[in-house]
Design a protein around this ligand. Structure first.
Ligand SMILES: Nc1ncnc2c1ncn2[C@@H]1O[C@H](COP(=O)(O)OP(=O)(O)OP(=O)(O)O)[C@@H](O)[C@H]1O
Length: 646
């Protein structure tokens, strides 16, 4: 065997293979290709401006409803302020136009000034009030924004928790979540932008009224003049949005890379495996490809904006030329012309405001639409849709998988095929098999976390598909292979909010799992914060965390106890404690035990052996160790490795 490490190369980098070299495929670099989601891009590109314009009122209403739900007073206050601001701007515009008309008309200047005085008072009053309203708008926005954004975020989490576990495994789920999350963040923008457009519309209405009175030709000309710019703004907003959708997978990967490179969980491997420099190289490449896509979008957007501005400029010149023509041909008096100039200026400003606001509204609307799609379950599957709401009348005695087949979404083959298994309360069933044989999948089905593709899982006489899942999971205690440890106190990490029945019950569960041994070393016992990320907290070791997760399961008085590799991180004494206490625990529980340590399954009443998603053997420990087959060959291997001559 030859070493691929040479003197010249940094350790870990194979000779002749620069670490940045990646295969090219049809001009797309490998990593860029990996994190693309063509279906999302296609769905995004199908969302046209017209569709969005149709959906906008409903989107704004839904966001307003959310705002109403979180802060009614601020929502109403903002609406009133914005409409009043628009109305005052309109009033001011009418007054200014009237003043100009009065001032440039013929007659004594003192008389003209006297005539204009009430209008001047209106202008002063309206300006002062608008300033006050402006302050109120800033205050109310500051009050509503954070609450609304948090509320929108929470709706996302609730929707995610309410979705089938299977939805989480769907390709593209996380991208959809991320994009929807951005939608949730900009929900307050949608409300504000809608109000801005409303205020601009009020001013425009006044300007339009003035222009229509001065000459009927001016208003349609003005609107026509603004159309090209409006179209350009909206199209460029769409280009930017599509660039964000196209790069969403890569941007999510970038944030994952940042997380792994900077945070504690991966810090050991980043250093010892020299993964840091490699991942920084990967980060740069991905970031380059995202930058290129976003820069291209920005260039296209700028080109569209420029074309719109040029067309708008030509059209504005035409409007002013029309006004000059009206004045020079005597079709409009000079006094009316003065007012028209001001009204045109203001109305143009309002139209621009509306266009800007409208384009921003549409752009934000695209994101908010993603948020609402997520909530409406366009991407995932709400459990409320796929399951019933039946409650169990009694604690089930028997949990059964009947002729079940399961295939994960997007997977090339079934993970389980025609599997049947049952476990009764008071019984321990062990599930064994090689990696990837389907053990965890089967346990997820038995717990009702997944619903079978074919076949049925029944608790007592009720299929898990008919049960209210949240009520049903009250009967499950699960020790998953990849468990969750949160920066909470030990007490909270054990109970997870599931009814703290008092310290005696907690301590008994700690005793059963061996977690009691670490209690004297924790600063505040059960109330110690289990993390070193915050001051005052204490971090546990891997095995200590596993003891805690076992405590979590033992503390729940659940009829079904599922343990997937529950002792992988435990020392020999701790492992012995778990297995010797299991029979006692199984007195009134149905226990499903998954483990690769085959001597441990002697404790089980029955052992079920899985191979490539099918049950290939079933029997007692004594039967299976005597009978030639998969179990015996794996068991013998382990015995030989441990030096057992038998
Ligand atoms: N979330 C998932 N999405 C898609 N496929 C999955 C998922 N989880 C597992 N699989 C696939 O299902 C098959 C069975 O996996 P499972 O985790 O049930 O095996 P296992 O027997 O528990 O393996 P191990 O002993 O390694 O824990 C594997 O081929 C795996 O690739």
């Amino acid at each position: 065997m030859t070493s691929s490490v040479t003197q010249e190369q940094p350790p870990g980098r194979p000779a002749g293979a620069p670490q940045d070299a990646v295969p090219e495929e049809a001009g797309v670099r490998e990593e860029e290709f990996l994190y693309r989601d063509a279906s999302r891009l296609q769905a995004g590109s199908l969302l046209t401006t017209r569709t969005m314009a149709r959906r906008l009122p409903a989107l704004v209403l839904r966001s307003l409803r959310l705002a109403w739900g979180v802060d009614r007073a601020a929502t109403v206050g903002l609406l009133v302020c914005q409409i009043a601001t628009g109305a005052l701007a309109a009033l001011g515009l009418l007054a200014v136009t009237g003043t100009i008309t009065a001032l440039v008309s013929s007659g004594d200047i003192a008389e003209r000034l006297w005539e204009a005085a009430p209008q001047l008072a209106v202008i002063a009053g309206a300006t002062g009030l608008r300033a006050l309203l402006g302050i109120a708008v800033v205050w109310l926005t500051g009050r509503l924004r954070p609450v609304l954004a948090r509320a929108a975020e929470l709706t996302m989490v609730e929707a995610a928790l309410g979705a089938e576990l299977a939805a989480n495994n769907k390709p593209g789920y996380n991208d959809a979540f991320d994009i929807a999350d951005r939608g949730a963040q900009v929900t307050p923008d949608l409300v504000e932008e809608a109000q801005d457009v409303l205020a601009a519309a009020a001013t425009l209405t006044a300007g339009a009224a003035v222009l229509a009175v001065l000459h009927p030709l001016l208003l349609p000309l003005l609107l026509l003049a603004c159309l090209p710019q409006a179209a350009a703004y909206i199209r460029s907003a769409r280009v930017m949005y599509l660039a964000k959708v196209a790069t969403s997978g890569r941007r999510r990967m970038l944030s994952k890379l940042r997380w792994h490179m900077a945070y504690q969980e991966s810090s050991e491997e980043m250093r010892a495996c020299l993964a840091g420099p490699f991942l920084i190289g990967r980060y740069r490449k991905l970031a380059d490809s995202v930058n290129t896509a976003e820069r291209e979008a920005a260039n296209t957007g700028a080109r569209m904006g420029l074309a719109g501005a040029l067309a708008g400029g030509v059209a504005s010149a035409a409007v002013w030329a029309a006004l000059l023509w009206l004045l020079s041909s005597g079709r409009m008096s000079l006094a009316a012309g003065g007012g028209a100039v001001f009204a045109l200026q203001t109305a143009t400003g309002s139209v621009r405001g509306m266009i800007n606001g409208g384009a921003r509204l549409v752009r934000t609307g695209w994101y908010v639409q993603d948020w609402q799609n997520f909530l409406d379950n366009a991407h995932g599957q709400a459990m409320a849709d796929s399951r019933g709401s039946r409650l169990l009348s009694a604690v089930p005695e028997r949990f059964e998988v009947r002729n079940v087949t399961y295939r994960y979404d997007g997977a090339p083959k079934d993970s389980l095929s025609g599997v049947s298994l049952h476990v009764r309360r008071g019984e321990i069933v062990a599930l064994v098999g090689e990696n990837g044989s389907g053990k965890s999948t089967l346990s997820r089905l038995l717990c009702g976390l997944l619903l079978p593709t074919e076949g049925e899982v029944a608790w007592g006489h009720t299929s898990t598909a008919q049960l209210d899942p949240w009520a049903a999971w009250g009967h499950v205690a699960l020790v998953p292979q990849k468990f969750t440890y949160l920066p909470l106190t030990m007490r909270d990490n054990i109970t997870f909010g599931q009814g703290d029945t008092g310290d005696a019950a907690l301590l008994a569960a700690c005793e059963a799992s061996g977690a009691s041994e670490m209690l004297p070393h924790l600063r505040s016992g059960l109330n110690t914060l289990l993390t070193s990320e915050w001051f005052g907290g204490q971090q546990l070791s891997g095995g200590q965390w596993q003891r805690l997760v076992l405590t979590r399961a033992f503390h729940r008085q659940a009829a079904l106890l599922v343990m997937d590799e529950p002792t992988a991180a435990l020392d020999a004494r701790a492992e012995h404690r778990i297995f010797s206490g299991l029979r006692e625990l199984a007195k009134d529980r149905a226990v499903l035990l998954i483990t690769h340590r085959l001597t441990n399954v002697a404790v089980a009443d029955r052992i079920v052996v899985l191979d490539e998603g099918r049950i290939v053997q079933e029997g007692t420990y004594a039967d299976l160790t005597r009978t030639p087959g998969l179990f015996r060959s794996l068991w013998e291997l382990q015995r030989r490795m441990s030096g057992d001559p038998a």
